[in-house]
Design a protein around this ligand. Structure first.
Ligand SMILES: NC(=O)c1ccc[n+]([C@@H]2O[C@H](COP(=O)([O-])OP(=O)(O)OC[C@H]3O[C@@H](n4cnc5c(N)ncnc54)[C@H](OP(=O)(O)O)[C@@H]3O)[C@@H](O)[C@H]2O)c1
Length: 289
């Protein structure tokens, strides 16, 4: 039995779906099983578990052998996931696959690496078997900008013309499903990236081509980006982590391309053009019927 936390999230729900397709026994840990029921395959067991109520975590894991640990990008991520690692030990889990981040791969960490790295260290020290998935920036983050792209054909990030090997979350989920279903991944940390490093203007050029209307990337200042994040209701701590990541990105630190998706899934990682074609409707202005 594999317990997947964050099972209603963007990555968790896809991992659950792929594991279910492979015939694995899957349990989704969710805050609200009733709300989650319609969003996940019927064969998937659902159990209530809340990272902010640590006493619910071990009962949610009991009887399972493997934990797929995912939680939101939130300043409380270290506390939440450290509690989950302890609960996994208490519940008799044998193996943890942790959804981490590219920025956790070295010291000093930056951006969201500050949140993930201590959890990776606790898992290494736990005595349990482990695998870390360290994805680069998601292609799906562009959904944050669907409104300005639809209305003005523009999205703003303070990253200049640096290249980043963005990855499609569908590929991350496919890697997770492979790692969770097969032997041979213990003690491995996989850097997960797309097949090429593109600047955000190059991504805008692909969108222009696919959508048939002009899209461009605006190089805003970090201050402006922070102001926008706060106005969307993000916390100060989240905004600061995002700006650190942007600074690393701008310095060209997130352009490495790995072949992990191909090695783990047997097929090449989806390109940004694949993503743009598959989700073109998300970026097209609605046409009144
Ligand atoms: N964005 C990027 O480019 C990027 C790149 C690399 C790594 N990452 C990492 O990706 C992870 C986020 O993955 P995602 O985008 O798939 O997440 P997501 O879509 O934001 O989903 C978060 C999940 O966590 C659940 N959750 C939230 N608070 C909870 C709580 N207190 N107790 C139990 N469950 C709770 C949510 O459940 P509800 O349905 O109940 O809300 C949801 O299922 C983060 O760790 C982030 O650092 C992000």
């Amino acid at each position: 039995m594999i317990v997947v936390t964050g099972a209603t999230g963007g990555n968790g729900s896809e991992i659950v779906r792929l594991l279910n397709e492979r015939g694995a026994s899957v349990r989704g840990m969710v805050r609200d099983p009733e709300r989650a029921r319609g969003r996940l395959p019927a064969a998937v067991e659902l159990v209530r578990g809340d990272f902010d109520a640590p006493e619910t975590l071990a009962p949610a894991m009991r009887g399972a052998q493997t934990l797929m640990l995912i939680s939101s990008a939130d300043p409380s991520l270290p506390d939440r996931e450290l509690a989950a690692v302890q609960a996994a030990k208490d519940a008799g889990i044998e193996r943890i696959v942790k959804f981490s981040v590219i920025a956790a791969d070295h010291e000093p960490t930056f951006g969201f690496g500050h949140w993930h790295r201590p959890v990776e260290e606790a898992i290494r020290a736990s005595g349990l078997a482990w695998t870390f998935l360290r994805p680069n920036v998601f292609m799906q983050n562009l959904f944050w900008f669907t409104d300005p792209i639809k209305s003005d054909g523009v999205f703003g990030l303070p990253v200049g013309d640096a290249n980043v090997s963005v990855i499609d979350t569908r590929d991350i989920a496919a890697c997770a499903a492979a790692v969770l279903s097969e032997d041979g991944h213990d003690g491995q940390a996989y850097l997960l990236t797309g097949p090429e490093a593109l600047s955000f203007q190059q991504q805008a050029d692909v969108l222009t081509d696919v959508l048939g209307r002009s899209i461009h990337h605006e190089d805003i200042t970090p201050e402006e980006h922070k102001r926008r994040l706060l106005s969307f209701g993000q916390s100060e701590a989240y905004a600061d982590a995002e700006l650190e990541l942007d600074a690393e990105l701008k310095a060209g630190e997130l352009g490495t391309v790995s072949d992990s998706v191909k090695r783990l899934t047997g097929r090449p990682a989806r390109s940004f053009r694949d993503f743009a074609r598959d989700f073109a409707r998300e970026f097209r202005p609605e046409v009144a019927s």
